[in-house]
Design a protein around this ligand. Structure first.
Ligand code: AMP
Ligand code: MN
Ligand code: MN
Length: 339
């Protein structure tokens, strides 16, 4: 968007315009392996538009993970093979790169009059007709909250639950450095509007299957720490533990939780490829490392997908991390954490 014309509370006017009509058809388009930030924001905006007479279609390249089945309206979201019909507006949220729709954005461009791209990733490619990118937002959930307020759309308990969960997960339960006073102000408003923090925590963290702790034990035994303690990683071969287990745990947080660690990396081998999650602490910019391998993200949380086999992916990515950390041979001198 060229002119940053502002409307209260900080939402550009060009973002508001497509939603001002009394009704219409909207497509809420998600990114690969959808998380709570993308799903919560698409559902929140979609449900609010429906209350104003819009007809809304929700979907993306992959279905919602089971752990998020509690999000109100999630049954409306599913895998989209293609986009059919005509839409006044198609919305992407939390999606920095059009490739993360696996081609659906091209369908959406043909089907929709206006593509609205709402995101908090600093490396967003600005692929929409309207682009609203705010890297100061802890989650896209904060931005969509502001959008609903600016549009005077209702914040029902269902909408509040969706936005609260989006913010809760992208801030690691309000623990990460992206949290600001505004994050808490919005979270407070959402709780006042009917979001239930205890229910969200219970659904996200206290619904493990009976086998999950055994899987966790096996997984944590694979954590490795560099000799100097600044780098820790976890490499999971394909089939080592069930996919559903990996999806419902933020496993990269375990190597990250070691005090001396500056960079933590999770490697997941799947279908010959390796999905890499990077987390940095302080001023270490892991997005820059992910970008070298064709990925992206935030300065402190980024990811990429690299070709297998697992050992080579681990060597290549840790080599790049080593370069950024400026250590000598930290990787080759790896040791298991003390017991
Ligand atoms: P994750 O490690 O999957 O939780 O992702 C952390 C951050 O990195 C998120 O903001 C993602 O959008 C971003 N990210 C993860 N994988 C990729 C990828 N392959 N390409 C671009 N960005 C990614
Ligand atoms: Mn996301
Ligand atoms: Mn996000």
């Amino acid at each position: 968007m060229m002119a940053e014309e502002r409307s209260a509370p900080g939402v550009p006017a060009a973002v508001l315009d497509p939603f001002r009509r009394a009704g219409g058809r909207a497509l809420m388009l998600g990114h690969v392996h959808p998380d709570a930030d993308v799903l919560g924001t698409l559902l929140a905006l979609g449900l609010a538009l429906e209350a104003r007479g819009w007809s809304v279609t929700y979907g993306g390249p992959h279905p919602a993970p089971g752990v998020l089945a509690f999000l109100p309206g999630i049954e409306r979201y599913g895998r989209l093979g293609e986009v059919t019909g005509a839409f006044e507006v198609a919305v992407t949220t939390d999606c920095p790169n059009p490739a993360r729709t696996e081609g659906l954005i091209e369908h959406a461009r043909r089907a929709a009059r206006t593509i609205v791209n709402i995101d908090h990733h600093p490396d967003n490619r600005r692929y929409g007709d309207v682009n609203w990118i705010d890297p100061s937002a802890a989650a896209t959930g904060e931005m969509v909250y502001d959008l609903l307020v600016a549009l005077q759309l209702p914040i029902t308990p269902a909408i509040a639950m969706n936005l609260f969960t989006a913010i809760h997960t992208d801030t690691g339960s309000f623990r990460y450095s992206n949290v600001t006073p505004k994050t808490f102000r919005i979270a407070g408003e959402l709780v006042a509007a009917g979001a239930e923090p205890a229910l969200v925590s219970e659904r996200l963290y206290e619904r493990r299957g009976s086998d999950a702790l055994r899987c966790l034990g096996e997984t944590l035994a694979r954590v490795r720490v560099s000799e100097d303690g600044r780098l820790a990683w976890l490499a999971l071969p394909a089939g080592a533990v069930p996919e559903t287990f990996v999806e419902s745990e933020e496993l990269v947080n375990y190597p990250r939780s070691i005090a001396s660690v500056r960079v933590a990396v999770l490697f997941r081998e799947q279908q010959g490829q390796v999905k890499v999650s990077l987390r940095g602490k302080g001023d270490v910019d892991v997005r820059e490392i992910a970008a070298r391998f064709g990925g992206g993200g935030h300065p402190n949380a980024a990811g990429c997908t690299v070709p297998g086999p697992l050992d080579r992916a681990v060597g290549d990515v840790l080599g790049a991390v080593e370069g950024v950390l400026g250590g000598d041979h930290v990787v080759l001198a790896a040791r298991a954490p003390e017991r």
